[in-house]
Write a protein of this length. Structure first.
Length: 581
């Protein structure tokens, strides 16, 4: 059974004291037509192999295939390519905001494709999903079992939203449903692939008092607790089977499981998991989670201390690899390089660590070493994701020959991906093959590119001095996002390069009226300066200098303006001020 479950708790916090007359907990399941509408459009945005679809999915694919060009499908494809999880989209359709563009497009799709008619005709299949969920949940993955394991009462309603067609990543978050309103929380429930995930989700909901980022229990601890519930509920054999389905986390989960057995053996000492939680917090992986959550909070010393504690806990390979990236985020390149080299030595045949080392070398400006590690990664048969990372690094290093070789293989494996053709067009443009670049840009445009890709296409057309397509792409993006000041700045830049000063100034005025941020105002000033609109550029630069008085580059821009407008004395004074800064 292929089914995604969006799950949640109803009524007060599960960590709260038990009421004197607690109402026994109930479990309910439902299919929501809004989520099904989203699911249908997502199926068109990300077509699955026919053999991967069950009868319900195949019926949906056949019924709606002719609507694959609908704006709702294009918008969803764009959102997914930008990394938006399906769970975020599910929450958006269940709590739509007035004027929301996604919901507006989906509503139009709903009417055009007659999704309600399809859903009405397939209520029997939906009911079968619900009945299977109820049967399997109540037989082996009872919420009561999970909460009893943690020493907590099961009260209120545990509500599951069943989404048979939603993509597999739909459970990054789910829905906590309360009477009259919906809010975010919880996890997905996948009964068909990972036994114990329902119990793990309940544990994550209930154990928010374990000290961890954002007051929530980390996923790996929730999974371990859920798997131990499974062992006690369905037996050690099923538990071992479920554990074996998660090879990437096997060592971590096994270590956690051994600690939790101590909890199970001494319930007199540990009546709830709250009392036992300090025993779990010593794990390297949890320290790593805490370190990751603290990055960007402007307390690098605290983050480094957490990472040092994690290293002292003898972390596994994947935990150490994540530590490398955290050190990179903290710009602790020496520590990152040392740990990365340790990983290379321990797993010389794994292309991922060679690639990590190449990224580190590139960040340090060591081009030769970066290319050496990239060559090592190539020799170790990297998978598709690794080859995409390698492509990005080759492009960053302007190594267009190896980038072209990677792109040919990636395009063959994913012929409908517009971004790959866009990257191949970039390589062609950079190597002087204008004809190939334009052909590939046309092919990318025919593959339903998202907004970010279309903007990149416009920039590449500008580089090729092919201004008409650039104008068309940017005009379409402006119609889709009329409040975006930066798009109008892009459009002004095209007009300026094409010699249409009047149009450039008009777009600059429109951009300025949309409240641009500091970086966009800086671009505004630069374009006005190029157009010799010195008065307006001066007003903008003076405002930026007042907002950022310690920024020497702003005073240099202002000095350039003064020099161009013939104010030599002012230019020299501004240069002196910049030098002092």
């Amino acid at each position: 059974m292929r089914a995604i479950f969006l799950a949640a708790m109803l009524v007060g916090g599960l960590g709260a004291p038990r009421a004197a007359a607690a109402v026994p907990g109930t479990v309910t399941f439902a299919v929501d037509d809004r989520v099904e509408l989203l699911s249908v459009a997502l199926m068109l945005a990300e077509p699955a192999e026919p053999k991967a679809l069950d009868a319900y999915g195949a019926a949906a694919a056949a019924a709606f295939s002719r609507f694959s060009g609908h704006p709702a499908v294009a918008r969803l494809a764009d959102l997914r390519r930008s990394g938006t999880p399906a769970s975020t989209l599910a929450r958006a359709v269940l709590t739509p905001v007035d004027g929301d563009a996604l919901w507006k497009d989906l509503s139009a799709f709903n009417t055009a494709a007659n999704v309600p008619g399809f859903l009405a005709a397939h209520r029997r299949e939906q009911r079968a999903y619900v009945e299977t969920a109820e049967r399997e949940a109540l037989r082996g993955l009872s919420p009561r079992s999970a909460l009893a394991y943690m020493g907590l009462p099961f009260e209120g309603e545990q509500r599951f939203l069943l989404a048979p067609l939603l993509p597999d990543d739909a459970g990054a978050a789910a829905l906590r449903v309360r009477p009259g309103r919906m809010e975010s929380g919880a996890l997905r429930f996948r009964f068909d692939t990972v036994e114990g995930s329902a119990a793990a989700a309940l544990c994550r909901e209930a154990v928010n008092w374990i000290h961890a980022p954002a007051g929530d229990i980390p996923e790996h601890i929730a999974a371990a607790v859920g798997l131990r519930v499974l062992a006690l509920d369905l037996g050690e054999r099923v538990y071992r089977s479920a554990l074996g389905r998660q090879p990437g986390r096997l060592r971590r989960l096994e270590a956690l499981s051994e600690r939790l057995k101590d909890f199970e053996r001494d319930r007199a000492r540990y009546p709830t998991l709250r009392e036992f939680s300090p025993r779990l917090e010593a794990l390297a992986a949890l320290r790593l989670e805490q370190a990751a959550a603290s990055v960007g909070i402007d307390k690098p010393a605290a983050t480094l201390a957490l990472l040092a504690e994690a290293r002292a806990q003898n972390p596994d390979f994947e935990t150490r690899r994540r530590m490398v990236f955290l050190y990179m985020d903290l710009e602790e390149n020496a520590l990152a390089a040392a740990l990365s080299q340790e990983l290379v030595a321990s797993a010389p045949d794994y292309p991922g660590v060679q690639l990590d080392r190449a990224v580190l070398a590139a960040k340090a400006g060591d081009r030769k070493t970066a290319l050496g590690f990239l060559a090592e990664a190539v020799r170790r048969d990297p998978d598709v994701n690794a080859r995409r990372r390698m492509l990005s690094l080759y492009l960053e290093l302007r190594e267009y020959g190896p980038a072209q070789g990677l792109l040919e293989g990636l395009i063959q494996a994913a012929p409908q991906d517009p971004r790959l053709r866009l990257n191949r067009a970039l390589v062609a443009a950079r190597t002087g093959d204008r004809e190939t670049a334009l052909r590939l840009l046309a092919e990318a445009a025919a593959r339903n590119p998202g907004a970010d890709d279309r903007r990149s296409m416009a920039f590449l057309h500008i580089d090729l001095k092919d201004y008409a397509p650039a104008r068309s792409l940017l005009d379409a993006l402006i119609r889709e996002s009329p409040a975006d000041a930066s798009l109008r700045l892009d459009r002004a830049g095209v007009a300026a390069l094409a010699g249409d000063r009047e149009a450039a100034l008009r777009f600059l005025d429109e951009a300025e009226s949309r409240g641009p941020g500091p970086e966009d105002r800086r671009r505004l000033a630069a374009i006005r300066l190029d157009l010799k609109d010195y008065d307006s550029a001066g007003v903008l630069l003076d405002r930026l200098i007042r907002e950022s008085p310690a920024d020497a580059s702003l005073r240099l821009d202002r000095a350039s303006l003064a020099a161009r407008s013939g104010s030599r004395e002012d230019a020299l004074a501004l240069l002196a001020a910049a030098r002092r800064l």
